[in-house]
Design a protein around this ligand. Structure first.
Ligand SMILES: Nc1ncnc2c1ncn2[C@@H]1O[C@H](COP(=O)(O)OP(=O)(O)OP(=O)(O)O)[C@@H](O)[C@H]1O
Ligand SMILES: [Mg+2]
Length: 472
């Protein structure tokens, strides 16, 4: 079945278009008159077939739906509406005191429900609440669209994607987009090992106007002090014994591009001041050279250490810190943005099974639930390696817990860090229960979203909620 997305050309501020589906004419007319007085646009249908005809040709925002109808009952209509038009909100009208119907309607995604008869003022309040909800979802959709555009840009120019729907990663992407537009500002990227610092640095380069020039990545901890100047600045032939040819330094290579200084805090203090001078003057002179060369590079530095304490211990120069830290982007560790875990698992499973020539089509929900409860000290890199090993091990088209045990990922042997509410969870059932509670909390108890987060069906979530006796 294909989704039909509403073409909401009208602005949100304009009046909502409401469709009443009820077979009682008196009732229809009464609500219609009331809502039209409230300056809503109103359509009405006395039967489902008529309603779906109206839905085909109109951008409806809200449906007021009776349960007892000819042709099919209100639940069947609700189900079909939610399938075909997921963005339309539905207010159900239920028989008085029919709690079962109310619960079922809510389960199926109805926004509000009313016993018949009801006060028109209450109906107005419900429509107002629904409208606020619709406004919010519109705004969310706009935000989402801007991330999708950014992702597409990254894919097109860079070939890689940054996966994640968490607030943390979306903030990172927003900062990337903004700093990419100013081409000289230095950037400092902080975050634990494996959180994607280099990925973000490359992303900024490929989103910027420097993208057609070099992105040159340098690991500062790997440079011996004696080679610092020749590597960074280059040398002229004959500058010292063994300098048989001119050598291009890293600043020159990255001219008009981006120089990525990974593990910047590992640069020795006296070299730090040399680096600072270049960053201030934007000039380099090759060893043995007689003239200066103006360099135009954007510096992106990264570290997984705490710079503040290194400054306090006099291991890192304050002035260099201020120079490189005009714009800081902190990437939160994966355990602080757990909703990205299932997305990353799916992404890498799809991507790596192609690379490894395997047809893996699914990940067992238990694997996802266990991963959600795992603290990933190695962050995304660890997750990626874990998936890669599991794919190599897999004998079927599914990844199951069995493929993960040896990877240090078995929840029975892996302790969450102290203070974590998931501390010492050995019981798989308990891991599942906690993952479900967490997913519900993260999604404000919207079960559809929670199920998606957990990568299980809505029905399966309902069963598990019942099994674990979770209050929702
Ligand atoms: N949000 C993400 N979406 C997709 N892949 C990611 C994401 N974050 C990180 N990765 C992948 O995880 C791996 C580690 O990322 P990266 O090398 O950028 O981490 P890092 O922070 O530089 O780590 P280290 O501090 O150890 O150098 C890479 O393969 C990268 O592509
Ligand atoms: Mg790195």
């Amino acid at each position: 079945m294909t989704l039909k997305f509403q073409n909401h050309n009208h602005s949100i501020m304009e009046s909502l278009h409401i469709l009443i589906i009820d077979d009682e004419k008196v009732f229809r007319d009464e609500i219609r008159e009331f809502l039209e007085n409230e300056s809503f646009t109103v359509s009405a249908a006395d039967r489902p077939s008529e309603a779906f005809r109206i839905l085909e040709g109109n951008a409806i925002d809200v449906i007021i739906l009776d349960i007892r109808l000819p042709e099919m009952d209100g639940f069947a209509v609700l189900e079909k509406v939610k399938q075909l038009y997921p963005f339309i909100e539905v207010i159900m009208i239920t028989g008085h005191g029919d709690m079962d119907a109310v619960i079922q309607a809510m389960r199926m995604g109805a926004m509000e429900f009313f016993p018949k008869p009801f006060r028109l003022l209450d109906m107005r309040a419900a429509i107002k609440r629904t409208r606020r909800f619709i406004d919010l979802s519109h705004r969310l959709k706009e935000v989402n669209k801007s991330y999708q555009l950014l992702s597409k840009d990254l894919r097109d120019n860079f070939g890689y994607e940054i996966i994640g729907s968490s607030k943390g990663i979306q903030q990172v992407m927003e900062l990337m987009r903004k700093v990419a537009q100013v081409e000289n500002t230095s950037v400092l990227i902080t975050g634990e090992s494996g959180t994607g610092k280099e990925l973000v640095a490359r992303g900024i380069h490929y989103l910027s106007s420097r993208k057609d020039n070099y992105f040159h990545a340098v690991n500062c901890s790997a440079i011996p002090e004696t080679l610092f100047e020749s590597e960074f600045f280059g040398y002229k032939k004959g500058a010292f014994t063994g300098a048989n040819d001119d050598k291009t330094g890293w600043f020159e290579t990255a001219h008009e591009g981006t120089l990525f200084l990974d593990e910047i805090v590992d640069i020795q203090p006296n070299m730090q001041s040399k680096l600072l001078r270049v960053l201030e003057d934007k000039k380099i002179r090759k060893l043995g050279g007689t003239s200066d060369f103006l360099v135009d590079v954007r510096i992106i530095a990264a570290t997984n250490q705490n710079i503040d304490s290194l400054i306090q211990e006099n291991k890192f120069r304050n002035d260099l810190y201020f120079r490189i830290n005009s714009f800081e982007i902190h990437i939160p560790p994966l355990r602080e943005r757990r909703e990205d875990i299932p997305l990353l698992m799916n992404y890498y499973t799809a991507k790596l099974s192609k690379v490894l020539n395997k047809q893996i089509t699914a990940i067992d929900p238990q694997v996802i639930a266990s991963a959600m409860a795992y603290h990933f000290p190695g962050n995304v890199r660890e997750l990626r390696n874990m998936i890669e090993r599991a794919i190599i091990l897999a004998d079927s088209d599914r990844l199951t817990l069995g493929e993960f045990t040896f990877a240090g990922f078995n929840p029975r042997v892996t302790l969450a860090p102290p203070n974590s509410e998931l501390n010492e969870v050995f019981d798989l059932e308990e891991v599942e229960r906690l993952a479900i509670i967490k997913a519900l909390q993260r999604t404000d108890y919207k079960k559809i979203d929670a199920a998606q987060l957990l990568n299980i069906t809505r029905q399966s979530l309902d069963r598990r909620i019942e099994k674990h006796n979770i209050e929702v």
